[in-house]
Design a protein around this ligand. Structure first.
Ligand SMILES: Nc1ncnc2c1ncn2[C@@H]1O[C@H](COP(=O)(O)OP(=O)(O)OP(=O)(O)O)[C@@H](O)[C@H]1O
Length: 219
């Protein structure tokens, strides 16, 4: 398994009130498997994704990514996991404004010590970014920025891609084109994909769908 969650629990404490967001989540994502994560607003989808990325820690249960147990992993190990194993794509593209497209694409791969110029060039070409390599994020449309965000995540050849409404800011046609590419690239790489979406239409395009409600996952 690329991703495995067993009995994962997470609560937030705000203003003296404790909100149990996740109450025993079990989930497995294998290599090449694409899973849509749906659920109402506030059901905990982003929380779950953050835990899988090692951006936050579960209160209980166990999370394994590519055979590594995140439960008690020290912070540097979680940071290394994000650099080397997990690709992240968020709705806000989180590109680095001071770097051009080429440098944005290469940034994470360089950090991971896994910069492969041929692969970056191939990704840029597949994502229709070749002519935009020396532009800065502010000079790109939303769809172009999103393609850079996807390219950057895939540049490290992640074993696991985590995406939070990756096409949420795009019009339907652009979003569909970006989704096609993402699924194609993920499938070629044999990576696992866990993608949050509100759209039943997009969810239906993935191999499997899980629904988060009441802090638990149901198929
Ligand atoms: N850092 C935090 N501190 C306190 N409460 C939080 C924190 N992050 C999330 N929450 C709460 O946890 C619950 C789940 O939030 P989360 O963002 O995971 O939901 P979501 O399903 O991704 O929602 P949406 O679809 O609206 O993005 C919400 O009630 C939210 O207010």
């Amino acid at each position: 398994m690329i991703l495995s969650l067993t009995g994962v629990g997470k609560a937030y404490e705000t203003g003296g009130t404790r909100v149990e967001v996740l109450r025993g989540v079990d989930l497995s994502v294998g290599p090449g498997e694409t899973v849509a994560l749906t659920g109402e607003s506030g059901s905990g989808k982003s929380t779950l994704l953050h835990l899988c990325a090692g951006l936050d820690r579960a209160d209980s249960g166990r999370i394994e990514v590519a055979g590594q147990d995140l439960t008690d992993a020290p912070d540097p190990r979680l940071a290394a996991l994000r650099r080397q194993t997990v690709g992240l794509v968020f709705q806000q593209f989180n590109l680095i404004p001071s770097l051009d497209v080429a440098a944005n694409l290469a940034f994470q791969a360089r950090l991971a010590g896994r910069h492969d110029p041929d692969w970056i060039a191939a990704l840029a070409s597949r994502l229709g970014l070749s002519a935009l390599m020396s532009r800065y994020p502010e000079q790109l449309s939303g769809g172009q920025q999103q393609r850079v965000a996807i390219g950057r995540a895939l540049a490290i050849r992640p074993a696991l891609l985590l995406a939070d409404e990756p096409t949420g800011n795009l019009d339907e046609a652009t979003g569909d084109a970006v989704m096609d590419l993402m699924l194609e690239l993920v499938s070629e790489a044999g990576a696992g994909l866990l993608m949050v979406t509100h759209s039943p239409r997009l969810a239906a395009r993935l191999g499997r769908r899980v629904h988060l409600a009441g802090g638990r996952l149901a198929a």
